[in-house]
Design a protein around this ligand. Structure first.
Ligand SMILES: [Zn+2]
Length: 100
């Protein structure tokens, strides 16, 4: 089961890549746009970082420049499944972890 953590989880930096300070595994990240393109807040995205080994994750608002294209890992899902995952964070992280 995935657990959301805040300050209790720390991430380090090895050669410019983020690693979990607890187990040393590469930390995976994912961000998606929450606001539609016409919205002034378009660059404010929802971002997640997680460790596959420790099964912990954190979520934040992150700033992603408008011109940067984000990979949509929920692409293959139908609308209903997509909405369901976006409502249940822990399941979403589990899904994303299998995809990347
Ligand atoms: Zn870890």
């Amino acid at each position: 089961m995935w657990r959301r953590v805040g300050a209790g989880w720390s991430v380090g930096d090895v050669d410019g890549r983020r690693v979990c300070n607890h187990c040393g595994t590469w930390v995976k990240t994912y961000a998606y746009r929450y606001y539609p393109p016409g919205d002034p807040s378009y660059e404010r995205c929802v971002g997640f970082a997680w460790c596959s080994e420790c099964r912990v994750y954190s979520g934040n608002m992150v700033q992603v420049p408008r011109r940067r294209a984000l990979v949509d890992l929920l692409d293959g899902l139908d609308d209903r499944e997509r909405e369901r995952l976006l409502r249940r964070e822990a399941e979403l992280i589990g899904y994303l972890d299998r995809k990347c």
